[in-house]
Design a binder for this molecule. Structure first.
Ligand code: F3S
Length: 406
């Protein structure tokens, strides 16, 4: 890999131990992937999670204690936030988990992370434009950055995210290159999605069927919103490993089919109509019968608009006794909800608000739940698997309110 003089000095330790370690990691990664250089990034989005694994805070603290400081705009994904420890008196959380969550938070914030604690950093001011190189983690955020914003990031992993934020560099390979961003699978919609439920399901189908591809979607309505693209990308990233998709006439690298494929011939073509939708609904719903234990809303983290909608539906209702109705939300959206009186409506109804958190990082398996309801296809796909094994009923927000409240 060819490094600039400045990068060579960074690798030699001229800018401190944290930068040296970070540079060593990036150069090794770049060499492994055949990158010929590093490129400067304009932003990073990092993870500070897995507090149950001792190595997680250890790695974070190693960089922090070596003097690591983030040199680009760096936001942080949800972790198990200390504001949510011991949410319910009947479920005591492991002390180690809480201790390690705090270690992670202090270390990442000490290096200069903007404490967004959200998987929608683009709604919190980390908003790169088309063509910018960035180093982001978290599959739904990566999908949004690549597909909706047209910025360029690989599926950056834990450790590499810190190294990129500390050096302001990332190896030039994968989705940073034009040739790897061109579509190679065609998806033709026989039925247009109309609402968030439909977009969730569409993403789920695409992810399941085209896991390692760059899908080009033909037939999304012009009225598609960025929030609908958010859930489509999240679901596709959850059920597959899709880090980039194009939607003709909607996303920035897909003005036309010709541009989206960039000379590629689609390796595969699939049609999505009522048959595929019905099959996906049967596949995603693992709940058969029995009492509902929890309702989970907020994957990816909702906008204030979604909370307004939730408050309108839930006003005057009460969460059913025995059910936990959980909302996962970023701090800034919650702050707006507080100012608008929405938080009060939700709390009065009995909703438990998890600020800056995600169910995946909570000790959910100790809560004894079996059956959950969610409006997120990403949760619906992830939660039936290890370590939670929940049965899932996938529905829309209205369905969540009807199942969880009276
Ligand atoms: Fe966000 Fe957790 Fe879903 S990080 S996208 S709420 S799985």
């Amino acid at each position: 890999m060819i490094l600039t003089d400045g990068e060579k000095k960074m690798l030699d330790g001229a800018e401190g131990e944290a930068v040296r370690m970070a540079m060593e990691l990036l150069v090794s990664l770049g060499n492994a992937y055949g990158a010929d250089k590093l490129v400067q990034i304009s932003s990073a989005h990092v993870l500070a999670v897995y507090p149950h694994v001792e190595a997680s805070p250890e790695v974070m603290e190693k960089f922090a204690n070596a003097g690591g400081k983030f040199r680009v705009t760096t936001t942080v994904d949800p972790g198990h936030n200390e504001k949510n420890f011991d949410k319910w008196p009947e479920f005591k959380e492991p002390e180690k988990l809480k201790h390690n969550s705090i270690r992670l938070a202090r270390a990442v914030e000490g290096m200069g992370a903007i404490p967004t604690w959200s998987c929608t950093p683009y709604y919190q001011g980390n908003l790169p434009r088309k063509g910018e190189y960035i180093a982001w983690t978290e599959s739904s955020a990566i999908s949004f950055a690549n597909s909706v914003l047209g910025a360029r990031t690989n599926r950056t992993t834990i450790g590499v995210d810190l190294a990129s934020a500390i050096t302001g560099r990332t190896p030039y390979f994968g989705l940073l290159l034009d040739e790897n961003r061109r579509g190679n699978a065609k998806v033709v919609l026989e039925k247009q999605p109309k609402n968030m439920y439909d977009y969730n399901l569409l993403g789920y189908i695409i992810g399941k069927n085209l896991s390692d591809k760059v899908p080009v979607i033909v037939g999304l309505p012009e009225t598609t919103t960025s929030n609908q693209l958010k859930v489509l990308g999240a679901a596709a990233a959850g059920s597959g490993a899709i880090a980039l998709y194009h939607a003709i006439g909607i996303t920035p690298e897909a003005e036309t089919e010709e541009k989206a494929f960039g000379g590629n011939k689609p390796e595969i073509e699939m049609k999505i109509g009522q048959k595929e939708i019905s099959e996906a609904e049967a596949d995603i719903n693992t709940y058969q019968s029995g009492e509902i234990d929890a309702v989970l809303i907020g994957c990816p983290h909702p906008t204030i608009g979604e909370l307004v909608e939730l408050a309108q539906m839930i006003r005057g209702r009460k969460v059913i006794e025995g059910i936990k109705f959980c909302l996962f939300v970023s701090s800034d959206v919650l702050m707006l909800a507080r100012r608008m009186g929405i938080e009060q409506i939700l709390v009065q109804a009995g909703v438990d608000i998890f600020e800056g958190d995600c169910i995946l990082f909570c000790p959910a398996k100790t809560w004894g739940w079996k059956n959950i309801v969610t409006n997120s296809a990403k949760y619906a796909n992830l939660l039936p698997s290890d370590p939670t094994y929940f049965n899932v009923l996938f529905t829309d927000m209205k369905g969540c309110v009807e199942k969880g409240t009276v």
